[in-house]
Design a binder for this molecule. Structure first.
Ligand SMILES: Cc1cc2nc3c(=O)[nH]c(=O)nc-3n(C[C@H](O)[C@H](O)[C@H](O)COP(=O)(O)OP(=O)(O)OC[C@H]3O[C@@H](n4cnc5c(N)ncnc54)[C@H](O)[C@@H]3O)c2cc1C
Length: 456
């Protein structure tokens, strides 16, 4: 994947976004000797973990606007899907702290606190310009493009000012996340259905659905979580799933336990009088349709003259999900892959970018990167797996090795897998009851958890 050089250059770098990916990018790129500015549209760090229930009223319920008002899609009751021990950056364990949420699968506030601790510990705030939204990123001169020598124009606007600030950077790192722009299915009658339709992007609490008949479209993590908490409040909850074969044992158990929770196939048609007709011909009258149908990649500020393309849930062409063969390393993307342990992976992406910008490492040739990308896309198409779904520890270890990081600890892998299996079988209880205590103790006593001397 990588070759090394002895040259060194210091660059003027703009990181867009102060979520987990942007924060670790700023740290690594500064550590490598570059000058870094982070532009963040929100008033604080945290990205998705900066819960926002204040601005949802003003948001388009289906999120059809590419520049959305609200970034975070986190709902109030959200607890992590993976245990805290496996989530942390490689040199900053996500330890428990007295007086805070000490659960293994903590609520969203605790992740924000962890990220704030991370920011504090490494002095990252001074690099961040808050309340500053990037509206445009484009090449200063796209004649004879070459990834390393390109410069980028970045236009941004501070929240309470009309002034657009234009700056030129040697490199831009896009760390704007991808759980913000709602992805919607296309359903007959959707545009003329008169009752409430919204995407889970603006779902926060179950109370507004009191006594309603709600159809939850989609049964992945958010769909399941939200349907379960709606059961206590709504009159009826109907889950519509693309494939009934994908219902886990854990979710089946929940459905059979609650009389007001029903499972249906995909929706066929929405009728103007409020009827929802499913593919099997069954029909109900609903008050609300809540789309838990995921999110699309979206970079509304990015002008690459068509060189970076988003199609079919793919941002491309990107070598190793990070580098465009013509535009990188001056333009790079952090955090595109899904289904992996995000924080440590972002860290290895950040390190690779930092080392490429300083000239310590060089990317393979354009031909080699394109060949690798095409082979990978082909493999994915044959296997029917979305391009950026990783679900592979070996891939992450190989990626870390490139930048001199050790592979993920064995206990991280074991604890991660055991939580997934537990959630498949015991959906309602996996966050509070488990049987991997032995490995957990091994993890907590390992040098990883004692490295900072902060353990309680
Ligand atoms: C419902 C839900 C549950 C989740 N659960 C988990 C979990 O249990 N475990 C887990 O590891 N992950 C989970 N995630 C994924 C979560 O998104 C990642 O953990 C992580 O936040 C991704 O970090 P990021 O920095 O790539 O993106 P984000 O956290 O989205 O941060 C991006 C930042 O970029 C800023 N930004 C965007 N556009 C602009 C712009 N134009 N100008 C300036 N700033 C901009 C945003 O304001 C934001 O601060 C969940 C996500 C959702 C939505």
């Amino acid at each position: 994947m990588v070759s090394e050089t002895n040259q060194y250059q210091s660059k003027n770098v703009c990181v867009i976004g102060a979520g987990p990916a942007g924060l670790v990018a700023a740290r690594e790129i500064r550590k490598e000797g570059h000058k870094v500015i982070v532009l963040e549209q929100n008033h604080d760090i945290g990205g998705q973990w900066l819960y926002d229930d204040k601005n949802i009223e003003g948001e388009d319920p289906l999120g059809r606007n590419p520049f959305l008002k609200v970034h975070s899609s986190i709902y109030n009751s959200l607890r992590t899907q993976s245990p805290r021990e496996v989530m942390g950056f490689t040199d900053f364990p996500f330890s428990t702290k007295k007086g805070r949420d000490m659960r293994r699968f903590p609520g969203h506030v605790e992740i924000l606190m962890y990220l704030k601790d991370f920011c504090e510990w490494f002095g990252l705030r001074e690099m961040i310009r808050f309340n500053t939204r990037v509206n445009y990123v484009g090449m200063l001169d796209d004649y004879g493009v070459c990834g390393n020598n390109l410069k980028w124009i970045v236009r941004s606007k501070e929240k309470n000012s009309d002034k657009v600030v234009e700056e030129v950077f040697d490199a831009v790192v896009v760390a704007t996340g991808h759980y913000c722009q709602p992805k919607l299915p296309s359903i007959k009658g959707m545009d003329t259905w008169k009752r409430k339709q919204m995407h889970s992007h603006i779902y926060r609490t179950p109370e507004p659905f009191h006594n309603e008949v709600v159809v939850v479209v989609g049964n992945s993590f958010s769909g399941q979580d939200i349907a379960i908490e709606l059961v206590g409040v709504a009159k009826e909850v109907h889950i519509s799933s693309r494939s009934l074969d994908t219902i886990t044992e854990g979710f089946s158990k929940v459905i059979s336990k609650h009389e007001t929770l029903h499972l249906h196939p995909q929706i066929d048609t929405l009728e103007e009088d409020g009827r929802v007709i499913f593919m099997d011909g069954s029909c109900i009258k609903a008050d609300t349709i809540l789309y838990c149908t995921g999110y699309s990649y979206s970079f509304p500020f990015l002008d690459t003259k068509g060189m970076v393309v988003i199609e079919d849930d793919r941002v491309g062409p990107l070598y190793e999900h990070t580098f465009h063969p013509l535009l990188s390393p001056s333009l790079t993307f952090i955090g595109i892959p899904k289904k992996l342990l995000g924080f440590p992976f972002f860290e290895s992406q950040a390190m690779w970018i930092a080392q490429l910008l300083s000239g310590k490492k060089v990317l393979p040739s354009w031909e080699e990167m394109m060949k690798s990308i095409e082979e990978f896309y082909h493999e994915r198409e044959v296997a029917g797996i979305p391009t950026h779904d990783i679900a592979n520890f070996e891939y992450c270890d190989k990626y870390s090795e490139n930048v001199g990081l050790p592979p993920l600890q064995e206990w991280r892998k074991v604890l991660c897998v055991s939580a997934i299996i537990n959630s498949f079988v015991n959906l309602e209880t996996y966050r509070d009851s488990w049987d991997d205590d032995e490995v957990l103790q091994e993890a907590l006593q390992s040098p990883y958890f004692t490295q900072l001397g902060l353990e309680d």
